[in-house]
Design a protein around this ligand. Sequence first.
Ligand SMILES: [Fe+2]
Length: 303
Amino acid sequence: MFPSYYHSFGITKDNLVFIESPWRLNIFKLFKTFWNSESIDTAMVWKENVKTRFYLVSLQSGAIHPVVYQSDGFFAFHHINAYEEDGQVVVDVAGYDRVDVLFEMFKNPTGDIQGQNLGSATTRRYILPLNVEDAVSDQNLVTVQDSKAKAFLNGSVDGKPRIFCTPHHLTDGWVELPRINYRFNGEKFNYFYGVYASKGSGWTGIDTLTKVNVRNNSSICWSEEGMVPFEPIFVASPNSQDEDDGVILSTLLDKMEETQATLLILNAKDMQEVARVKFNTAGPFTPSFHGQWANESDKTHMF
Ligand SMILES: [Fe+2]
């Protein structure tokens, strides 16, 4: 009666990756929510002391991988990427150690709850070893080079080996709306792009676009006083070879001009501005989350 909330999933060449977090929908409360016309978050609960579990589902057979992968409880709206390397599944996400307080922050954006909630939000890498038959309990099963992620055999659950994972943090703090060069979806990759809040206030204080190098944890940023950027969308150059040969598209909200919307175009290599297009809107231009770009020949989403 407490299903996990899912916002996105990862996909490698062989597996889907689902992350079951302690953030659960209380079905009993859900009826009350509908009855009282309350918002759905009033039916969500953070299950204290419940671990987060990773499920690998075979794309070929639909079977769940017979190893129980767990970590300390965390939640992620957005997967960054996932891929397989050296017999392990690498899972990169924008994670929160707690998420229930995030919703308190949305309701009370000027409150002092912000710091405590986002202090534990980072983009992070979990690495899940696929074959654990020969594992011994004090051995870190992660062999992917240059990663601080760990995975240890830790008993069993219902007769299945239990692997406990700790992450490698890709950024020191909160970064959200992660996007990659989608040609590298399910593949080993170098870069993701996202937004963050330089003053540490998370969703309510987004002011910077960032390009993160996941190999060495370095980053390049773009920001402009008074502008609020949204999801950075990577568009590859025609016939590009390099992963970051292309542009980043982002919409900007102008804090001082509520009827002005800007499409910002950055060079993805160095995050320097290439061009911008300004639009005057009929009414106030409001914040957005996700974006979408489609070439003339692409099929687009129907929303
Ligand atoms: Fe989302």
